[in-house]
Design a protein around this ligand. Sequence first.
Ligand SMILES: [Zn+2]
Length: 276
Amino acid sequence: MPIPYFFALCLVFLIGAAIASFLCNVVYRLLHQEKFLKNRSKCEHCQHFLEPWDLIPVLSFAWLRGRCRYCRQPIPAKYWLTEIITGVIFVISFVTVFPSIAADFNNPELYFKLLFEWWSIGILLFVALYDIEAMMVIEAVVWIAILVTAIFRMLLLSWQPLGPSLAAFASMAGVAILNALFIWTIVLISKEQGMGKGDIGLAFLIGLIAGWPGAVASLLLAFVSGATVGLMLIALRTKTLRQVIPFAPFLAFGGITAMLFGEAIIRWYSQTFLLF
Ligand SMILES: [Zn+2]
């Protein structure tokens, strides 16, 4: 691996980790009714203000061996894990787009595509983190995200031969509506057990992000991963059948994976199971 490429990957990893760190912080402050920009970050245990070097994504936690510098109480490892996972997803996104960028350095569409992927990863991560902590989908953010994502997709279409036509917009919206209708049906059938109204808007957003046929793969992945993790938690006796597991993280997982590998997943699925 050429050294500049390796450094680029490290930088992309740190960007992803820093965004995850920021989003964890926003979710925490939203749920604890704290002011956003005025208050500095502090330890959850001793309330000591944290210095900038305590807040370096991934590295500070490793350096401090998972404990607060001031009171030595353990820092929840979930923040560290979230930063690492997000860093890795950003690297995957970069690695899949980079060959096209290397071949066509002056094409702004490719940089824009990368930006769109990072936006999508960030917003889905935020909704998932909020759902894990609060057990609800933050609908206001989902609606704003739908608007921003629709604008992103129209701008991306402007590089296509036909441009941002009405037909292109209609097919894009159609996929999103189908995705939302599917989840809506399940919400109705299950009488909001396990899945809530918020998941409908989120499914619409993921339809916009993943497009066709990625949206189909996103739902497939969400249900398979949700069922797998749910059964594992029940087997490990950390959850019972009656307890609700937040579904947005699985929708987000499906959406991000489908955006990055949607066509490959559909091809694999149809070759393996549908035999055509
Ligand atoms: Zn402390």
